[in-house]
Write a protein that binds this ligand. Structure first.
Ligand code: ADP
Length: 447
């Protein structure tokens, strides 16, 4: 239920409690009045009417206990019933001088508390008419006329005072309700903002962790390069020294082979150091083929890469994109390593670059285990990982990087059949690109 409606009902129930108490007060006073006085016109009838009143008050109480208001939509019917009821009480009691005529006051007060002014005044009118009717039925005399006049004046005063008081109470209630609603709204807004800030904080924390990871990797690579580089340089100069001594052809051939292998090791180390040097954050025009090659150059050192077949389709005539080259290489490397992790021995991974309506499109497709239906919504959330040693930050940071460059990173997956991640980046060229039929440069980068 809407909170405003609940508050209104609570307000009605609070006023109903007052009404229920007034009714029981009336019944109890009535019983005392009947039992403590003599000379009543018809005491038995008064007792019967009081019993009927008690039944009505019981119904009201039961409704109140159930959280409802008895005959809530029929206020004037209730007023009419009360008019007849009180007039009959008066008739059977001491008639025009019966103290029961002050029950009219209680009835008007109840009405004023619960309903708008007009209902209270209509009720007052009904009671006055009813009492005047009783006086008329009994034959007007001076004393009767005085009693009617006195009752009418007092009823009017009470109707005026109680509806004025009730309208102040109602206005205060409405104001409180308004304030309460505003408070609720502010609370919801505050919660929303806290959630937003928490998400932003988690995002920046995740980015920092990823950067720290890369920095640690860079430090490690630089350390290895230093430690391995010096002995390698020593071995290389030793080989050259021996070769200068003109060894026999067999030894010369083997030394040449060793030199080539040494060169390979030095290249590998250089690539690792290049990739892991502190990333430049300068944006520039980047050729997609460059960052893809850089990423694949690193991916090939991943142990498991050797057991997968990675193919690429990279057209030469693609437009450049505007972004940070190192960051884009990081994104591709992350997608390729994920694809490697998702596939088994002999798994196939295919990278394809193309252009489409002013955007460069890059897809990384694998025929691995796919993404489970339950994980789909969480894939890009920070710290979501299904790997024992995963951080769950790769896809999250990748999407951030791509979005910062005005692009999108999405995926489609079929559990058990494979996954394709799709990057779209705005092409950095003034003219809209035409879709060119291009030769596929399919190339296996890993064996
Ligand atoms: P991490 O690699 O550290 O787990 P990522 O954010 O890169 O972090 O990946 C989050 C999760 O997304 C992975 O743990 C994996 O469950 C799932 N995932 C990513 N790429 C693929 C893919 N190609 N196939 C199947 N699941 C994938």
């Amino acid at each position: 239920m809407h909170s405003g409606e609940t508050d209104r009902l609570n307000w009605e129930l609070a006023t109903e409690l007052i009404v229920v108490k007034i009714r029981w007060f009336g019944i109890l006073t009535g019983v005392i009045l009947v039992e403590a006085r003599s000379g009543l016109h018809n005491p038995s009838a008064v007792r019967v009417f009081l019993a009927l009143g008690a039944i009505y008050a019981t119904l009201d109480t039961v409704y109140y206990r159930l959280g409802a208001v008895f005959l809530r939509r029929w206020p004037l019917f209730v007023s009419l019933m009360e008019s007849v009821f009180i007039t009959l009480l008066c008739f059977n009691d001491a008639q025009l001088h019966s103290p029961f005529r002050w029950y009219y006051l209680l009835s008007i007060i109840c009405c004023a508390i619960r309903y708008p002014r007009t209902v209270a005044w209509t009720t007052c009118g009904l009671h006055c008419l009813s009492f005047a009717g009783l006086a008329w039925a009994l034959g007007f005399d001076r004393a009767g006329l005085a009693s009617v006049a006195e009752t009418v004046v007092i009823l009017a005063c009470v109707a005026w005072a109680s509806s004025a008081l009730a309208s102040v109470l109602n206005a205060t209630g409405a104001r409180l309700e308004g304030l309460n609603e505003a408070l609720e709204r502010h609370r919801a807004e505050l919660e929303e903002r806290v959630a937003e800030r928490t998400a932003a904080l988690r995002a920046s924390q995740a980015r920092v962790i990823q950067q720290e990871k890369m920095a640690a990797f860079g430090l490690l690579a630089a350390g290895i390069a230093h430690e391995v580089g010096n002995p390698l340089a020593g071995i290389s100069s030793l080989i050259q020294m021996i070769r200068r001594k003109d060894p026999n052809p067999y030894t010369n051939e083997k030394l040449e082979l060793a030199e080539r292998q040494l060169g390979r090791i030095q290249r590998t180390i250089r690539e690792l150091v290049d990739f892991s040097r502190p990333a430049s954050t300068a944006r520039g025009r980047v050729r997609p083929v460059d960052f893809v090659e850089e990423a694949l150059g690193i991916a090939k050192y991943y142990q498991r890469t050797k057991e997968r077949a990675i193919t690429t389709d990279v057209p030469a005539d693609l437009p450049p994109v505007r972004g940070v080259r190192d960051h884009l290489a990081q994104v591709i490397l992350n997608l390729v390593l994920n694809a490697i992790d998702a596939t088994g021995r002999g798994g196939r991974i295919h990278l394809e670059l193309g252009d489409d309506a002013g955007a460069v499109v890059l897809s990384v497709e694998d025929d691995g285990r796919g993404v489970a239906a339950d994980d789909r919504a969480r894939l890009f959330q920070p710290y979501f990982t299904t790997k024992p040693s995963g951080t769950g930050l790769g896809l999250f940071v990748s999407r951030q990087i791509v979005e910062e460059m005005g692009g999108t990173l999405t995926f489609r997956s079929e559990p058990g059949r494979g996954t394709t991640f799709l990057i779209r980046l705005p092409a950095d060229r003034p003219d809209p690109p035409s879709i060119v039929a291009r030769p596929a440069l399919a190339e296996g980068v890993a064996r």
